[in-house]
Design a protein around this ligand. Structure first.
Ligand code: NAP
Length: 248
């Protein structure tokens, strides 16, 4: 159990990639705060899975885009489990549109959930990590943040911003044994991609050498590795997990 004694917060852990990360960290021994925005039923199911396997879990509703919500969430984890060692900034949404049609609120919502959300959570969680001389921060970016995507100005900007935030934080927090890395998934089989038309999915797969969508559990294993002690000399990096789509 490589994460025995560790405490993790996973934002947006009620579904998809966040759900898989929360379950994986718990399976490896961490106590986990499962954050969600609106889907209490889905978050409760994740908690059931973790508890059923003997893990420790706290379910917490918070919109991470709201600084007060993010702060209260980190404090709740500290109150329940005593500290926060691992922060996975996974919460994210899409509001796709061409730039001329993109509404201000779609820009703000996407940047808010992903980039501002990560900033809000790091700001509070890193304080305790700083005191404890230990921390693992993992930001879930996207290949869209590396390459850009037509129709995703907001999402691409948010995900590229997360990569910059990752690099800055790695430099700022490294002296206290806090590592900060980003994961850039390609096409992963979740509700975020489930709604895409079949034709779009087929077209996407032509860009993927491995010819399939990734599974949330595959992203979760990478996150669990970065969250573990053995990844202690990796920081400031963006690791793609995309079936070979983007080679940088
Ligand atoms: P998903 O299935 O749509 O799940 C999104 C999760 O984020 C849900 O748990 C949702 O909570 C939560 N969330 C949304 N806004 C939030 C907010 N403001 N505060 C707190 N939680 C919030 O998405 P996914 O596909 O697993 O994606 C997870 C992350 O990976 C995202 O950052 C996404 O951009 C990134 N990513 C995904 C793919 C992909 O192909 N799927 C590729 C690259 C990157 P509720 O259930 O309560 O709504």
């Amino acid at each position: 159990m490589v994460l025995n004694g560790r405490v993790a917060i996973v934002t947006g852990a009620s579904r998809g990639i966040g759900r898989a990360i929360a379950i994986s960290l718990a399976q490896k021994g961490a106590a986990v705060l499962v954050n969600y925005a609106g889907r209490a039923d889905a978050a409760a199911e994740v908690a059931e899975v973790i508890r059923g396997a003997g893990g420790r879990v706290l379910v917490y509703q918070a919109d991470v885009a709201d600084p007060k919500g993010a702060e209260a969430m980190v404090k709740a984890a500290q109150a329940e489990f005593g500290k926060v060692d691992i922060l996975v900034n996974n919460a994210g949404i899409t509001r796709d549109n061409l730039i001329f049609r993109m509404k201000d609120e779609d820009w703000d919502a996407v940047l808010g959930a992903s980039l501002k959300g990560a900033f809000n959570c790091i700001k509070v969680a890193a304080r305790g990590m700083f005191k404890n001389h230990y921390g693992r921060i993992i930001n879930i970016s996207s290949v869209a943040g590396l390459t850009g995507n037509s129709g995703q100005a907001n999402y691409s900007a948010a995900k590229a911003g997360l990569i910059g935030l990752t690099k800055a934080m790695a430099k700022e927090l490294g002296s206290r044994n806090i590592t900060v890395n980003a994961i850039a998934p390609g096409f992963i089989d979740t509700e975020m991609t489930a709604g895409l038309p079949e034709g779009v999915k087929e077209n996407m797969l032509t860009q993927v050498p491995l010819k399939r969508f990734g599974r949330p559990e595959e992203v979760a294993e990478l996150a669990a590795y970065l969250a573990s002690d053995v990844a202690g000399y990796i920081t400031g990096q963006t690791i793609t997990i995309d079936g070979g789509m983007v080679c940088v």
